[in-house]
Design a protein around this ligand. Structure first.
Ligand code: GDP
Ligand code: MN
Length: 444
């Protein structure tokens, strides 16, 4: 789950990390008032108006603007709130901005990067740091990997003081800054572990220009991004409450209400599968036979007919879907339940695109008979004998239905392989048999 920057800043503050004060505004007049308040309460001479969207790279897309007066804050907020914000991370259509954060501006001497994430190679929570922070950190990571510092953090002890000092020195902090930065590192690792975050990032962490009061400058966070592990939301009520339904994919939200795991992808073959592992295998086979999945959809092991019908509605609502592949192993869920749902969905929503069904498991004979009988009404329906047969049938059925081969990235610019929720089940099941079993059990 993602949260907005203003929420991430609040969390940082709760854990003691210094963050400049800020006020959220939903219209230009409030943005102007926010500027005045920062001016009177904190003697801010400068403020920064920041679009609150669940995407980074805002600085590059005009979503972060320094302003020097209330009137300027009003004008900048007006522009940000009136059109979608396009950044390198939003895709060309951009995202609508409904809130801006007006934060006290900071005189920056230098920008650093500080983050926490789980290192997939080592399996450890890891602190990631760099003296080359700011808007080009992705470029730095790609071109100068040696400029990125990684320090594993024990989930039991958190970041230890000697580790914080080591990282602070390597980042180039000196004098008073070492203590200040070390403290922030400690607080960030604490936040990461205690809130079940999957990513906690301060970019940039800055040192302010020296003043008489603070000759070494102050070390403070001026941007924050925190993502959370969805599987932990059940024990993170405060975090859970920060979710913004306006930022979520409506189809994914709909699926969640019916207990379905649904992730939209960029291809044109809708998939309806039970079990995360089987869903991964199904997507792999579709790709192997030259197709591209339009989604990852795990209806779970014991979905009701109603949930399965909703799953069909969600998949068929996507205009990009040119065919649907159903692959169900009837264990707890009976094949005849699926067959009934397919027939029900066909009656209700209609299949205007080819539908290939592969069923195996409990009550499969009964299910096949039901589907055979329904075939005279559901012209789109083909029954497959096994998964390969199903993948071949659906990829050849969608071929030539007037869509280009879908690209490699999903709707939100992440590659399919890097999409966390998609990759995790497969990665785990490959590593150990035990975690595979546990995962499957959890899903059901
Ligand atoms: P992002 O582009 O979405 O990551 O947004 P950031 O909040 O990181 O802002 C992008 C850049 O704007 C930062 O790297 C800074 O260079 C600049 N910026 C943001 N806030 C301030 C500020 O208070 N003062 C100054 N001088 N620059 C700022
Ligand atoms: Mn940033």
């Amino acid at each position: 789950m993602k949260v907005h920057e203003y929420q991430a800043r609040e969390l940082l503050s709760q854990f003691g990390i210094p963050v400049p004060p800020g006020i959220v505004a939903e219209n230009p007049a409030d943005a102007a008032r926010a500027f005045e308040e920062l001016q009177s309460r904190y003697r801010a001479k400068l403020a920064v108006v920041k679009a609150q969207v669940h995407a980074g790279g805002r600085g590059k897309g005009g979503g972060v603007k320094l302003v020097k007066s209330a009137d300027e804050a009003r004008r900048v907020a007006y522009v940000m709130l009136s059109k979608p914000l396009v950044t390198p991370q939003t895709g060309p259509k951009g995202v609508q901005v409904t809130k801006v954060l007006v934060a006290a501006g900071v005189d920056i001497a230098k920008e650093y990067y500080l983050g926490m994430a789980v290192d997939r190679a080592t399996g450890y929570p890891t602190m990631i740091a760099s003296s080359e922070g700011g808007v080009d950190i992705e470029h730095v990571a790609a071109t100068q990997p040696q400029a990125i510092i990684r320090e594993p953090v024990s989930p039991v002890t958190g970041l230890l003081p000697f580790q914080a000092r080591k990282v602070a020195y390597r980042m180039g902090f000196r004098g008073q800054q070492v203590r200040a930065a070390g403290k922030i590192m400690h607080q960030l690792s604490d936040l990461f572990l205690k809130t079940d975050a999957s990513l906690a990032e301060i970019n940039p962490l800055v040192v302010t220009k020296p003043t008489e009061e603070n000759p070494d400058g102050l070390v403070i966070a001026i941007d924050a991004k925190v993502n959370f592990d969805d599987n932990a939301l059940g024990r993170q009520n405060e975090v859970s409450a920060m979710g913004d339904p306006l930022e979520e994919d409506p189809a994914e939200l709909r699926a969640k209400r019916f207990g379905l795991s649904f992730i939209k992808l960029d291809g044109n073959i809708g998939c309806l599968v039970n079990g995360a592992g089987l869903a991964m295998a199904t997507m792999d086979l579709i790709k192997l036979h030259g197709g591209m999945p339009a989604n990852f959809l795990d209806v779970g092991g014991s979905a009701s007919e109603e949930a399965v019908t909703e799953a069909f509605r969600i998949v068929l609502d996507d205009p990009k879907v040119k065919g649907v592949l159903v692959n169900i192993f009837g264990g707890i869920m009976k094949c005849d339940t699926i067959a009934a749902a397919i027939i029900g969905a066909a009656r209700e929503v209609g299949f205007k695109v080819p539908l290939v069904v592969r069923l195996e498991g409990t009550n499969v004979e009964q299910a096949r008979r039901m589907l055979e009988k329904a075939r005279k009404d559901i012209k789109a329906l083909q029954i497959a004998t096994d998964l390969t047969d199903a993948a071949v049938k659906i990829t050849s059925a969608v071929k030539g239905r007037g869509t280009k081969r879908a690209g490699k990235t999903s709707s939100r610019g992440k590659t399919i392989a890097s999409s966390r929720s998609v990759r995790r089940p497969a990665a785990k099941s490959r590593s150990t048999g035990r975690s595979k079993k546990r995962l499957t059990a959890g899903k059901r």
